[in-house]
Design a protein around this ligand. Sequence first.
Ligand SMILES: Cc1cc2nc3c(=O)[nH]c(=O)nc-3n(C[C@H](O)[C@H](O)[C@H](O)COP(=O)(O)OP(=O)(O)OC[C@H]3O[C@@H](n4cnc5c(N)ncnc54)[C@H](O)[C@@H]3O)c2cc1C
Length: 467
Amino acid sequence: MTKVVVIGGGLSGLSAAYILEQEAQKAGLEIDVTVLEKKDRIGGKVWSIQEEGYTCEWGPNGFLDSKPWTLELCDNLGIRDQLVRSDDNARKRFIYSEGELHRMAENGPAFLKSKLISWPGKMRLAAELVIPKRTDGADETLADFGRRRLGSEALDKLIAPMVSGIFAGDPETMSLRSCFKRIYELEQEYGGLIKALIKLAKKKKREIKEGKVVASAAGPGGVLTSFYNGIQELTDGIAERIDGTIQKTAPVEKITKKDDGFELTLADGSTVDAEVVISATPSHAATGMVEGLDAELSKVLADIPYAPINVVCFGYERDRVAHNLDGFGYLIPKREGRSTLGTLWDSSIFPNRAPEGHVMLRSMMGGAVRPELVGIPEEEIVERVKLDLRTIMGVDADPSFLRVFPQLRAIPQYTVGHSKRVEAVEAASKRHPGLFYTGNAFYGVGLNDCVNASNQTVAKVINHLKK
Ligand SMILES: Cc1cc2nc3c(=O)[nH]c(=O)nc-3n(C[C@H](O)[C@H](O)[C@H](O)COP(=O)(O)OP(=O)(O)OC[C@H]3O[C@@H](n4cnc5c(N)ncnc54)[C@H](O)[C@@H]3O)c2cc1C
């Protein structure tokens, strides 16, 4: 019986533990898995807080069904029938610019009609068709890529809000290749994004005609998917189905190498032995654990920066919010100078997010572009959110329900040089056979990415166990 310890009970750690148990059984390997979680609750960033009839998502509110990994996991767990898909209205996403909410265009004609981008900006965007691809293989920032291919206006009003919506990140520092690998590849494969869109659309049309794929109304982004009681049903569902032990309030402080594996030292001084260790904590939390084991690894882990964020949930009686809430919500470009990064109309996206006759609005504040706004007094956070809601949506009323969740290190930032840091972590892993790294610090921050990284990590662990 091989003893495996997973450090961290977020989605990455829990999914790695569960998938490993399944795969080991299939491979005829006997393992005993223990998950060690620092806090007194599991789930990490996944936390659906239910109070007064509201469901406040502390972190993620769902995953996109355009990638298969979380759906497959739900199938394996037997909870796929419990999923709820976001309302079709959730496809309506808005950008706040120059005093108005503009619906994000989903097709060419809608884009031409939209007033979000000026005519010179649209013409600059169209010029993308003739801009040659970059061939020096540089790890380019998202901002440099945006300015080079699409122009400054598209960078400010389209790319920057998207980066803020996914990473709470700053496009001036984030790496195109690490954050949006597919976009980097499209430029390399097709010579440009518009050329890629045209060719891929033609290919899809052909495949639909030949019956190879089914036409989908969901669009390439997919449908945001969650559970009736919030996304935490996913992590709770995994935890319930793990055969091994989940130990809460068990912060690991140190990993020491032994002849037959590793010894983990917990904050209370107790130790746990393991032949295989899967570290699934945020990279900043993993740094100290390996200081004595491998200083170089410890430094690389420390070099991955995190952006802070305030998540603010406001609940209102529906008739106190005159604004139409038909859609997903909106993002705000930095140049608008608002405090918030955007607001999600959570109760319009999924059922059971607010009591009957009420609505839930969830605003984000801070991120890599305004980190100073995280850590300010709660009253100031609330006032700033209220001011933005008043200015943008005309909401004058005080919320009848309010929760503020400041998160000092919320989302890892894949800045330029990230791929080299990931390579260094992988190389270090090889110096210490039996020690594996997974989690959102390396291969993608979406819930789908975390589950996919767990699949990949488990495959490596199984290979290691078979040797
Ligand atoms: C505000 C916000 C909104 C988001 N929205 C979305 C969204 O809508 N859709 C989406 O796909 N993704 C979203 N994300 C991203 C997604 O939630 C995360 O990337 C994902 O949940 C990370 O999971 P993880 O297990 O890798 O890390 P975490 O959830 O951070 O889990 C790590 C775990 O390790 C534990 N730990 C730390 N130190 C130790 C230690 N020393 N010993 C033991 N355990 C330790 C922590 O307590 C934690 O439980 C969002 C993130 C945030 C912050």
